[in-house]
Design a protein. Structure first.
Ligand code: ATP
Ligand code: MG
Length: 351
């Protein structure tokens, strides 16, 4: 079975893949975790080359196959780069040839390695950057769908993927081939047990009100939780071994500043100028985290069709969530607080 894992920034997609990688290796699977295609993958051919090159590297770097390296040479010999095919706009016919070649490579790889491995696991992180390359995900589906079931390949996509969210595609072949799971925030008791468990390993205690404060403030967001805990722990002096309200108070500013610097600002700054303007307008008018599209249009004071493309951008970049039709949500309260500060600064500049 194959699958897709989706979730906002910092929700733990890469962490889950690392866990899968660990399980894969321990279960004697040939396991490959890929990310960082930017610049490497501009089309389908680049992609097949990228995967095969990485598979080759992985095989060569693992001990178990060493003895069989002779047999592998055969397979590796078939991995000549596919130069001559580097047209950006591949015709359908060519795509099919590439697909066929790639599938043959994978079949050959399986037949060469099946005595050494129980399965071959491809973990594809940051798959949203592949989604933007015309046809790649469909290509992946076509290739792996036609690989016979006795060739044991499993593909896991992870990223801020769009295809599972689009209603029109709920029953699409892509969704059926990569059934998706969305990573949701930790529940309060999960946050509590995480903190208590971690602190126990270093013999540090925590007051109930501090525990409650973190559990509430982080909203179950893994990145925010871990950052808060780390910064709080880091504020303990040599002699202290208990997290109290005073320690919390004295590190509060540092926590906000570091989250802004490491997490929120890298989300805000790459936005287009108009999207920035719009999100700041929303942040200065909003009550709570949720609002409707119509409210936003009022606050921005521009026509709907002007605002709407920027909403798409804000959704795509994970700044906004869309819990239901017409309703939106800023992804985290601490991010909203950051935005409010940015809005105040902007206003001061223009005064
Ligand atoms: N299950 C977990 N338990 C504890 N901490 C976690 C867990 N999952 C994630 N984290 C923490 O959250 C941080 C962010 O997770 P991760 O990098 O996996 O998110 P991501 O979804 O890949 O983010 P991005 O969208 O930026 O790629 C990790 O560095 C880790 O500290
Ligand atoms: Mg990640």
């Amino acid at each position: 079975m194959n699958m897709a894992i989706t979730g906002n920034r910092g929700m733990g997609k890469t962490s889950v893949l690392m866990k899968f990688e660990d399980i894969g290796r321990r279960s004697e699977c040939l396991t490959l975790r890929l990310s960082n295609y930017e610049g490497n993958v501009k089309n389908i051919i680049d992609f097949t080359d990228y995967i095969t090159a990485n598979l080759k590297r992985e095989i060569l770097s693992r001990k178990p196959v060493e003895k069989k390296i002779e047999g592998m040479k055969d397979w590796i010999g078939t991995l000549k780069p596919t130069i001559g095919w580097r047209d950006i706009s591949l015709t359908v016919e060519r795509q099919q040839v590439v697909q066929e070649m790639f599938r043959e490579r994978l079949a050959k790889l399986w037949s060469e390695t099946k005595d050494d491995y129980k399965a071959i696991l491809l973990l594809i992180d940051e798959a949203e950057s592949l989604e933007s390359v015309e046809g790649i995900l469909t290509f992946l589906r076509e290739v792996f769908q036609r690989i016979s079931t006795d060739q044991k390949y499993m593909v896991v996509l992870a990223g801020k993927l769009n295809f599972p969210e689009r209603m029109s595609e709920s029953f699409s072949p892509l969704n059926r081939f990569f059934p998706s799971s969305r990573l949701t925030p930790f529940k309060e008791d999960e946050v509590r047990s995480y903190i208590i468990r971690k602190l126990a390993t270093v013999d540090v205690g925590i007051d109930e009100d501090v525990l409650q404060y973190i559990a509430k403030r982080c909203e179950g967001h893994p990145y925010v939780l871990v950052a808060m805990c780390y910064l709080l722990f880091d504020s303990l002096s040599e002699k202290e071994n208990h997290l109290t309200k005073e320690i919390l108070e004295r590190s509060d500013e540092k926590i906000n500043a570091r989250l802004a610097q490491d997490f929120f600002s890298p989300m805000y700054h790459p936005l287009t100028p108009r999207a920035k303007e719009i999100i700041l307008k929303i942040a200065s008018n909003i009550k709570g985290l949720e609002f409707t599209f119509n409210e936003a249009v009022d606050w921005v004071g521009k026509p709907k069709n002007f605002v709407s493309p920027y909403f798409k951008e804000l959704l795509r970049k994970g700044v906004l969530n869309k819990p239901e039709r017409g309703r939106y949500q800023i992804f985290h309260t601490l991010f909203l607080e950051y935005l409010k500060k940015m809005a105040e600064e902007e206003e001061r500049k223009h005064r």
